[in-house]
Write a protein that binds this ligand. Structure first.
Ligand SMILES: C[S@@+](CC[C@H](N)C(=O)[O-])C[C@H]1O[C@@H](n2cnc3c(N)ncnc32)[C@H](O)[C@@H]1O
Length: 209
């Protein structure tokens, strides 16, 4: 193994998940959902903790794994999580309850993100995690940037698309969308941007004005 391979393996294996997170991960994998790695989960928890988040939005609940990580960093926060699949929400609800988060603080909205997001208040949330339909990433990020307060952060996992984003010959719609979001955010004067290589990449965008 090269140093890079060893480092990547270490980075993605040292975080330990709770029993409920492990169950959410196992079920996600059974359904072939592209879930966050534990290293990304730890970064989500850290951002939630360090921003003292009280209001979090998530696009793409899946079976609740990323939401469980966000709440691990901000256990008193309210999470509003959107997914188009009602069955996923039913199971995710069980995991959130099992982990001790009351239903009053985990609002699961079943619907298509681009139908739900326009109805949500702007400048109101500390964190918006964007992990829904990858083909709709640019539109989802545009909404996410509208929803976060100044000082709030938009988080985009899978930002490197397993190397495809770094490959200029890949011009597929999804990969081009990720590239455009990274470039436009980096160029915007009111945003501070960091791209982490952990997992499949985590784009972090903080709105400063
Ligand atoms: C990658 S999975 C989310 C995984 C989850 N964030 C995690 O790491 O545990 C993407 C999710 O987006 C949902 N989804 C796909 N298209 C959507 C849409 N247009 N609106 C809302 N949710 C959508 C899928 O049902 C799926 O649960």
């Amino acid at each position: 193994m090269t140093h890079n391979d060893l480092t990547w393996k270490f980075l993605n294996e040292y975080d330990v998940e709770s029993n409920t997170q492990s169950k959410a991960r196992a079920l996600s994998l059974e359904h072939s959902l592209d879930v966050i790695t534990p290293a990304i989960g730890a970064q989500l928890a850290l951002v939630a903790a360090s921003t003292n988040a009280t209001n979090i939005v998530e696009i793409g609940t899946g079976f609740g794994l990323s939401g469980l990580w966000l709440l691990a960093g901000a256990p008193e926060a309210t999470l509003t999580s959107i997914d188009s699949e009602f069955e996923y929400h039913e199971q995710a609800r069980e995991f959130f309850t099992e982990a001790g988060y009351p239903a009053s603080r985990v609002r699961l909205i079943t619907g298509k993100a681009l139908d739900v997001l326009p109805r949500m208040n702007e400048n109101s949330y500390d964190i918006v995690l964007v992990d829904g339909d990858p083909a709709q990433l640019p539109a989802n990020v545009e909404h996410a940037l509208r929803l976060v307060r100044i000082g709030g952060t938009v988080l985009v996992p899978h930002a490197l698309q397993q190397g495809a984003v770094a490959n200029p010959s890949d011009r597929s719609v999804v990969v081009t969308g990720f590239r455009t979001v990274i470039t436009e955010a980096s160029e915007a004067e009111n945003l501070v941007v960091a791209l982490s290589p952990a997992g499949d990449g985590l784009l972090q965008i903080t709105k400063i004005s």
